[in-house]
Every structure is written in C-alpha cells, then in structure tokens.
Design a protein around this ligand. Structure first.
Ligand code: PRP
Ligand code: URA
Length: 206
C-alpha cells in the first residue's frame, strides 16, 4: 500500500523545505514538524490491547498501544525524522542503518547497522526523507527483514515514481508513506523538483 499524505499542513511545511533559500535551521524545524504529522497517520493501524483503567468516576474499558515501536533511520538524512516521531511515541526504541549512495553507480553501500533486539515482535518504521531510485530503502528493508522484522513501514518525505515502483515491486508487504510524490528522477538520480540533497540541507554540509 502506498499512501501520499496530501495534507495542507504537510504540503505547506514541505514547500518551505523545498525552497533553495531555506537554511538548515528552518529546514530541520519543518522536517521535525512534518515527521510528527506523518507519525499521526503512519500509526493509525498500530496494534492495540484492551485495558481497564479506573477513572475518578469508575471503570473505563479502553485500549492502549499493544506493540513496541522501533524507528530505524537510514543515516544520515533519516535521522532528521527521529525527533518529530519521538515527540508522539516517546517510548519508541531506535536502531540505525548506515547507507550511502555511490555517486557513480547510485547503488547503496552499507557501512553501519545496530538494532534493538525486539525487531521481530515490534512495529518497525524505517525512515528516510528521500526515495529516489529506491535502492537505499530497498536495501534497508532487506536488512531489517534479515534480522527478523515482520511488521515494517517505510516512511519517506519525497518520492520519485521510479523509486516507488522499485520499492513496491521488491517489498509489496511493506506499507510506504510519502508526504509528496514528485515528477521524476534527473540524469544524476536526484528527485525533480524534490528538495536537493536532504542530508546536506539538514546538516549544513554543503
Ligand atoms: C540519500 C537519501 C537516501 C538516498 C536516496 O542519502 O537520504 O538515503 O540518498 O536515494 P536512492 O533512493 O536512490 O537510494 P545519501 O546517499 O545522499 O546519504 P546521506 O543521507 O548520508 O547524505
Ligand atoms: N538523495 C537526496 O538527498 N536527494 C535526492 O533528490 C535524491 C537522493
């Protein structure tokens, strides 16, 4: 399932991020806010358990979240999505996948992986703002699946149609969430119109 969150608040904040004159401070702040807004929708079908709580007026039969949530950002840019989601799910654990895209081949290269041990029984949210060719997201989901993750969601900000097609063909069992589906990839594998290099814009490295 592919969900594009065409919400006015998200689109507005993303427009600020897309602007080439937006600096890293405002870029990061808007990314945090979009991550929180996306988390609200991504968590719509989280498993729940029945609970009974005692209110000042008596017993209330209600529900609470019934599963651990693990965030797995793809370094570096995926780290920009952590804080906004943790604001809504403060008990989430966090793993890390280090991947960079080889600039010539556009193939993902793995350089780091560290996960909480409960991957198999948790809802795992793999995070990366950009889904371009889809290679990094596909590789990251392959990695968490190998470690036992079963209930996985891929959370991205901007996707290219090429990346969405590749990802959904390779991982049809993984729900994909996007804040926007853009027009295309250019000849060097960047999303058009996109927002440029997400990692560089978050961390001010260019
Ligand atoms: C960017 C982005 C994704 C990847 C997307 O990371 O954050 O991880 O490219 O491209 P793909 O869909 O074609 O794989 P990059 O490799 O630039 O690393 P960085 O986050 O460290 O800047
Ligand atoms: N990675 C980015 O950061 N931006 C793109 O447009 C493509 C890959």
């Amino acid at each position: 399932m592919v969900t594009v969150l065409n919400h006015p608040l998200i689109t507005h904040k993303l427009a600020i991020m897309r602007d080439k004159d937006t600096g890293h401070k405002d870029f990061r702040e808007n990314l945090d806010e979009i991550a929180s807004l996306m988390a609200y929708e991504v968590c719509r079908d989280l498993p729940q358990v029945d609970v009974t709580v005692e209110t000042p007026m008596g017993e209330c039969h209600t529900k609470m979240i019934g599963s651990e949530v693990i965030l797995v950002p793809i370094l570096r840019a995926g780290m920009g999505l952590i804080n906004g989601i943790l604001d809504l799910i403060p008990t989430a654990k966090v793993g890390f996948i280090g991947l960079y895209r080889d600039e010539e081949t556009l193939e993902p290269v793995e350089y780091f992986a560290k996960y909480p041990k409960e991957l198999a029984e948790s809802v795992v949210l793999v995070l990366d703002p950009m889904l371009a060719t889809g290679g990094s997201a596909i590789a990251a989901v392959d990695m968490v699946k190998k470690k036992g993750a079963k209930n996985i969601k891929m959370v991205c900000l901007v996707g290219a149609p090429e990346g969405v097609k590749a990802f959904t063909e390779k991982h049809p069992d993984v729900d994909l969430y996007l804040a926007a589906l853009d027009e295309k990839l250019n000849e060097i594998g960047y999303i058009v119109p996109g927002l440029g290099d997400a990692g560089d814009r978050i961390y001010g490295t260019k």
